[in-house]
Design a binder for this molecule. Structure first.
Ligand SMILES: [Zn+2]
Length: 361
């Protein structure tokens, strides 16, 4: 009964399609349109995979730059206390140096100040020498101290300079990565605009392609190679398998011609593979039935069918070329159902429903 209805409706749609195709596309023109459309589609696929590769590379660059910047931060953590120490020691040293300078200038200006006064008060040469040694000792000790601090400060400076050099090296890495990153961004921009151009061509020819495909469907000449496997048409779990089952409404054992994916109304449904929409119509218990032709496999046409949508959820037209994963409709509860779900069928040949799981990836 259902098969007969399907055949009747198929013949009817063929008839309607031939009537609708009043704007006849010449065979020569049709093949030109098909060629241009296919070229643009191939270009689009090529560019899309190039863009995907670049996106991955850009993410890697971002990761790398983050890592290096982290390293620079780590080195900065080491540099900060060393720099503080260097500054502290510089302050101490400056103080010492000025004290030493004071000491020396005092020796001259204040008539050799107290140590010099001590010298002048020396009684006899021996005492003068002894006092001179004392004065020298005071001056030398100060001088040694200054040298020691200078040396220490130089070591700290060396440590700091080494760390800064390491940090600069990392910075050079960041700069290099940033340069490559920007080059990649530029290259991606070019791909993006080429993709937009390909999409424009696809857009430009899509109306004519629909006419060409409609004419091909009407004459039964729509034929290209199947490019499966199919991808799940929905992000949901399959519950009711293909085969004989007790029907949820009729209560008797009936062949289940497809698989079911219960899901809330409005859940997106995607084309299972690349193809052309060949039928979109109300169909009894199916509610609305959308059929996509996916090409011939070993001489047999492969179709996928999507049931129970509402007509206003359908996003594609008969004759329209669709890509695998493109949203074609949404889940509804139209027709004979116990709840909202996608009923999905695969046909190998005009009247041969097969188990979809053997076609799904
Ligand atoms: Zn079902």
């Amino acid at each position: 009964m259902r098969k007969q209805l399907w055949i009747a409706l198929s013949s009817a749609s063929v008839l309607i399609a031939s009537i609708l195709c009043s704007v006849q596309v010449s065979a020569e023109n049709a093949s030109k349109i098909q060629e241009k459309f296919k070229d643009a589609q191939d270009e689009k696929n090529k560019l899309q995979s190039q863009i995907d590769v670049k996106d991955t590379e850009l993410k890697e660059f971002e990761q790398k730059m983050k890592q290096i910047e982290g390293k620079i931060g780590e080195i900065q953590k080491d540099i900060t206390p060393i720099e503080d120490k260097f500054n502290q020691e510089t302050t101490v040293l400056n103080k010492m140096e000025s004290q030493y300078a004071d000491l020396v200038s005092n020796m001259y200006e204040e008539g050799f100040f107290s140590p010099l006064a001590m010298l002048l008060q020396s009684k006899g040469f021996d005492e003068f020498i002894a006092n001179l040694d004392t004065v020298k000792l005071i001056a030398d000790r100060k001088y040694d101290l200054v040298n020691k601090i200078k040396e220490g400060r130089n070591q700290v400076k060396k440590q700091r300079d080494e760390l800064v050099a390491r940090q600069n090296l990392q910075q050079q890495e960041v700069d290099k990565a940033k340069k490559l990153y920007l080059e990649l961004v530029e290259a991606k921009k070019k791909d993006d605009s080429a993709l937009a151009e390909a999409n424009k061509i696809i857009e430009q020819y899509s109306e004519e392609m629909i006419d060409v495909n409609k004419a091909l469907i009407a004459s039964g000449k729509l034929n290209f190679s199947y490019t499966g496997p199919m991808k799940s048409p929905i992000n949901a779990s399959m519950t009711s398998p293909f085969g004989l089952r007790k029907h949820p409404i009729y209560g008797r054992y009936i062949m289940h011609q497809g698989v079911d994916y219960p899901s809330p109304t409005g859940t997106p449904i995607y084309a299972a593979a690349d193809g052309v929409v060949v039928s979109s119509r109300a169909s009894g218990g199916y509610g609305w039935l959308l059929t996509i032709y996916h090409g011939h496999k070993s001489g047999v046409p492969i179709y996928s069918r999507y049931a129970h949508s509402y007509p206003n959820q359908i996003k594609v037209r008969v004759g329209e070329h669709v890509m695998k994963g493109q949203q074609v409709t949404s889940v509804g509860a139209n027709g004979q159902v116990t709840g909202a779900h996608l009923h999905f069928e695969v046909y190998a040949g005009e009247n041969n429903a097969v188990n979809p799981t053997s076609y799904l990836q």
